[in-house]
Design a protein around this ligand. Structure first.
Ligand SMILES: C[S@@+](CC[C@H](N)C(=O)[O-])C[C@H]1O[C@@H](n2cnc3c(N)ncnc32)[C@H](O)[C@@H]1O
Ligand SMILES: Nc1nc2[nH]cc(C(=O)O)c2c(=O)[nH]1
Ligand code: SF4
Ligand SMILES: [Mg+2]
Length: 231
């Protein structure tokens, strides 16, 4: 697998916020979200090929109990199944951070699914019309999301919201996933790459979460470290 980054940090989002974790960031993605805060693993993928054994050895050297497999899009790579199994066999807790567009029959402890809204599409002129249409076609795979939710020991849905007008779309996507959705497992995360953006979105997003019974999802790593690689 092509690995963009492998480092120790603290989980900054969702249920396990604050947990010391190893982050394995695979390189490559099948979507092109305009807001992607990790373009070096998606829009312009970087990194060297690493064997599963080498990745596992690097993780063990970090001496943490939790591992976050992210990217880019980790489910793009069938090797993710073996990697997760190797990590679990060593007693490590595994979280997969995925946009939920590709199914893999992989076991992990927490399937963290971040379905992308229509407004995530690449902005006009940034990519070819072909890529824009491809993004639109791929971004919402309701049956994949449902299957990942149902088959995993635990899941969280983590929607990235940039505009108040997107709240209705989130509700529609949640409704499409019923009856499997537990509102307490729905996290609403502000589109943000700075603490200023975080705070600006929170003012109108948190009250809506409270009203809907959803969890407001901060991005603590931005507050702790800034939008910096390797964090
Ligand atoms: C870089 S993505 C990699 C995993 C997977 N491709 C996905 O999108 O879920 C990691 C997490 O960051 C979120 N994310 C990326 N850019 C963001 C931004 N500008 N604001 C808020 N969340 C963002 C994604 O929604 C996802 O939950
Ligand atoms: N600290 C930290 N927490 C995270 N939680 C999810 C992340 C991701 O990029 O998937 C992430 C990340 O990039 N850094
Ligand atoms: S799906 Fe995830 S990695 Fe891919 S472009 Fe969107 S936010 Fe970035
Ligand atoms: Mg990140």
């Amino acid at each position: 697998m092509r690995i963009a980054e492998l480092y120790a940090s603290r989980q900054g989002e969702g249920l396990l916020t604050g947990t010391s974790s190893a982050f394995i960031r695979v390189s490559g993605c099948n979507l092109r979200c305009w807001f992607c805060d990790t373009p070096h693993a998606s829009w312009n993928p970087e990194g060297a090929q690493q064997s599963i054994d080498s990745i596992v050895a690097d993780v063990l050297r970090l001496e943490v109990s939790h591992v976050v497999l992210t990217g880019g899009e980790p489910m793009l790579f069938p090797e993710i199944v073996t990697l997760c199994r190797e990590l679990a066999d060593r007693g490590l807790h595994t979280t997969i951070e995925t946009a939920g567009t590709i199914y893999q029959d992989t076991a992990c402890d927490l399937m963290s699914i971040s379905p992308k809204l229509a407004g995530s599409r690449p902005r006009d002129g940034s990519l070819s019309e072909k890529w824009q249409q491809q993004h639109d076609r791929r971004r919402w795979a309701v049956d994949v999301v449902r299957r990942l939710m149902v088959e995993s020991p635990d899941y969280q849905l983590k929607f990235v919201v940039d505009q108040p007008s997107e709240q209705e779309e989130v509700q529609q996507m949640v409704d499409q996933l019923q009856p499997e959705v537990d509102p307490a497992k729905v996290w609403i995360m502000p589109q943000s790459r700075s603490t200023a953006e975080l705070d600006a979105h929170e003012s109108w997003l948190r009250p809506w979460c409270d009203q809907q019974g959803f969890q407001y999802c901060d991005r603590m790593h931005l507050r702790w470290y800034g939008n910096v690689r390797g964090t």
